[in-house]
Design a protein around this ligand. Structure first.
Ligand code: FAD
Length: 372
């Protein structure tokens, strides 16, 4: 029997702490629950995990499918990998900690990312030099309209930087498929390598290593360092509502980068293997003077300009509208000063679910070959 709650408060179900309500909140604890709910409630529906990457702009009239499928287990062991499976409703950080306890390293750099396992492939979560796709094996999902269950490998997920097929709606023809709003991920399987090597490419981690004087850190030590760095840098959503990095780091050509450096030599940028250059969105925002500023009850975190925060009190929380007004003001000033359009990372949710998921463009998601 599905746990269904009418007019459910969502304040505790989104990391910004926006005080919206769901007309109907359905807590789905198994694949059968998902199939039953999908049969009973046609489109539009909104799939919710832990709510750590959404901006609710008001009450949600579409039925909210809250994914709470549990379970963690080792499903296979090959000569080179442990294959670990987790239910979509499991906590991502809990899974990272559990794999380390079992002696299966690999996910330590992704420690303390809030949210559920099922949402991790949606934006191909990443931190400290690793992305989900580096250890992804496959996932199980269900097409909400037909109830069809399917399994998707990495190629089918078309992972990109904070991107996947689950963030796009279908494009103009059969080559441009998207699964945003159409599929619900029920289980995720990860491949953790038996020949583990530490990933210490990030400066913050190298600094920690030098501070601690450890030449050969264990996965557990890296896990602890990542947790300590994140706690020092990012606000805890339980204390100050936020959705982590609010904008993606934009990618530009080397020429565009040189043009900006000509105007501002302090620009923080990283050359990428594909020849493009990634710019630090937080630096661009800071350079426009936004750090610590506020508009209404929405603010820019004073320690990290990439994070927008809820400055309202528990009785008077920020609204999604205030967050988006601040976000648009930041986008405008970054565009006017640097000619760069910042793209928000969180999913903006309106009455009927996600607002403006991007259509798959020509050439995009080209590897998407296993669509149901
Ligand atoms: C303090 C903080 C720090 C963060 N740091 C990082 C970071 O370092 N790296 C990073 O990548 N992200 C980061 N994030 C963003 C967030 O943690 C991730 O995007 C996370 O994967 C979201 O999980 P969730 O369960 O909360 O998803 P939700 O916010 O509930 O949903 C996000 C999107 O995924 C969809 N979705 C959720 N579950 C499913 C499912 N089972 N099937 C299909 N679609 C689904 C939703 O419809 C929505 O479109 C951070 C957020 C916060 C608040």
């Amino acid at each position: 029997m599905i746990d269904a709650q009418p007019f459910a408060p969502l304040a505790a179900c989104n990391a910004f702490g926006v005080a919206a309500r769901a007309r109907l909140l359905l807590r789905l604890r198994s694949e059968d629950d998902v199939a039953e709910a999908a049969r009973a409630h046609g489109a539009p529906r909104f799939v919710l995990g832990g709510g750590s990457n959404v901006v609710l702009t008001g009450d949600v009239d579409a039925p909210v499918f809250k994914v709470e499928i549990p379970g963690r287990r080792l499903v296979a062991e090959t000569a080179s990998h442990w294959i670990v499976e987790a239910g979509a409703g499991e906590s991502w950080h809990g899974l990272v900690a559990w794999t380390l306890e079992q002696g299966w390293p690999g996910l330590e750099n992704l420690a303390l990312i809030p949210g559920t396992v099922g949402a991790a492939p949606v934006q191909n979560i990443g931190a400290y030099g690793i992305e989900l796709q580096d250890h992804f094996h496959e996932l199980d999902a269900l097409v909400l309209d037909s109830g069809e269950r399917f399994t998707l490998g990495a190629a089918g997920c078309a992972f990109g930087y904070r991107d996947s097929v689950f963030k796009h709606v279908p494009g103009p023809d059969a080559r441009h498929l998207g699964l945003a709003g159409r599929a619900l991920i029920t289980r995720v399987r990860l491949a953790l390598p038996k020949r583990w090597r530490p990933r210490l490419d990030y400066l913050d981690l190298q600094r920690k290593q030098a501070e601690e004087g450890v030449a050969q850190p264990s996965a557990r030590q890296i896990f602890d360092w990542v947790c300590a760095i994140r706690r020092a840098k990012l606000p805890d959503p339980a204390v100050i509502g936020n959705a982590g990095s609010f904008f993606k780091n934009p990618s530009v050509t080397p020429e565009q980068c040189q043009d900006i450096i000509g105007r501002d030599p302090r620009l923080v940028h990283y050359p990428m293997p594909d020849g493009s250059v990634k710019l630090a969105a937080g630096w661009l925002i800071d350079a426009c003077g936004w750090k610590g500023k506020r508009m209404g009850r929405a603010g820019v975190y004073d320690k990290q300009a990439l994070v927008l925060v809820n400055l309202g009190g528990p009785q008077d929380p920020v609204t999604g509208g205030e967050v988006m007004t601040l976000a648009r003001a930041i986008q405008t000033s970054v565009y006017e000063r640097f000619g760069i359009r910042l793209e928000p990372e969180p999913v903006v949710v309106g009455r009927w679910g996600a607002v403006e998921p991007r259509q798959a463009g020509p050439g995009e998601l080209a590897s998407y070959a296993e669509a149901p």
